[in-house]
Ligand binder design. Structure first.
Ligand SMILES: Nc1ncnc2c1ncn2[C@@H]1O[C@H](COP(=O)(O)OP(=O)(O)O)[C@@H](O)[C@H]1O
Ligand SMILES: [Mg+2]
Length: 268
């Protein structure tokens, strides 16, 4: 099976701080890979290197078999799109969803206005936005509605890969569930693969086939959500699994376990 995206021994240092240390993975066409880890574990830095917003200190990103560098940034922009945690910051406050999509389509495709209108309608439909929502300015919409616009805008250029960095983390649980359902349907309908960055295993297992657990810049376990839950190997993966809400679940005990883990790993 072909890989749409590969990370090969990615390293990123900021001064003396190593944010990402030797992270490798492969994403197959139409696949869905989660990067999971606590805050500061290097997930966003990996995501930014994947889309070319950050240059790797060493290692490389390979798109459909082609290594990428500065010169390929423009071509890359269409094949890989990023969706951020806060769509308010990434959406132009002066543009409705319809106008934002129209702008992206005009930039990337040479098509007549009737074809463009049809594509806009199709994109709005695939993220369940009503015409009222589609014609409102971002500030008049909820976080979930804004995030659906951000997803539609990312899909407009027909990317092979969508990198979603904590894209549902700031949303209410019920809205989050809607977006996850939406993402699953979009992946079934389109040839698009996901790199889904999150800190919550409960969210990730809804949308991802594969799971890479990050801890302090390192990829400590490459697994699937099912295997992680049934048989976690790394102590941090075990902690993630223990953190999943379930009957008898005790947040205070999880906090204790986290402190133990810090000591355990600090000693190694
Ligand atoms: N632009 C930057 N300059 C300096 N340090 C950074 C920068 N971006 C991230 N870092 C550091 O890299 C580490 C990983 O951060 P990040 O990738 O944002 O983690 P995560 O997304 O998992 O929370 C942190 O120690 C963070 O402080
Ligand atoms: Mg982050």
């Amino acid at each position: 099976m072909t890989n749409v995206l590969e990370a090969v021994e990615l390293v990123k240092r900021f001064g003396t701080n190593t944010a990402v240390e030797n992270v490798s993975f492969a994403l197959r066409a139409g696949g869905s890979l989660a990067l999971v880890g606590e805050s500061g574990s290097g997930k966003t830095t990996v995501a930014r290197m994947l889309v070319g917003l950050e240059e790797a200190t060493s290692g490389k990103v390979v798109h459909e078999g082609m290594p990428t560098g500065r010169g390929t940034r423009r071509a890359l922009a269409r094949r890989i799109q990023m969706v951020f945690q806060d769509p308010y910051l990434s959406l132009d406050p002066r543009l409705s969803a319809t106008d934002a999509l129209s702008r992206v389509l005009r930039l990337h495709f040479d098509e007549n206005s009737a074809a463009r209108r049809a594509r806009i309608a199709e994109l709005l439909d695939s993220v369940n936005l009503s015409s009222r929502e589609a014609n409102a300015l971002p500030r008049a919409l909820s976080g979930g509605q804004r995030q659906r616009i951000a997803i539609a805008r990312a899909l407009a250029v027909e990317p092979r890969v969508l990198v979603l960095d904590e894209a549902t983390s700031a949303l209410d649980v019920s809205v989050q569930a809607q977006i996850l359902t939406l993402l699953n349907r979009i992946r079934e309908e389109r040839e698009v693969a996901y790199v889904f960055v999150a800190h919550d295993l409960a969210v990730v297992r809804e949308v991802c086939d594969d799971l890479l657990v990050m801890y302090r810049g390192l990829a400590v376990e490459s697994t699937t959500p099912g295997d992680a839950i049934d048989a976690p190997r790394h102590p941090y993966t075990r902690l993630l699994v223990e953190s999943l809400p379930r009957p008898g679940w005790d947040p205070a005990r999880i906090a204790d376990r986290r402190r133990e883990l810090e000591k355990e790993i600090g000693r190694v």
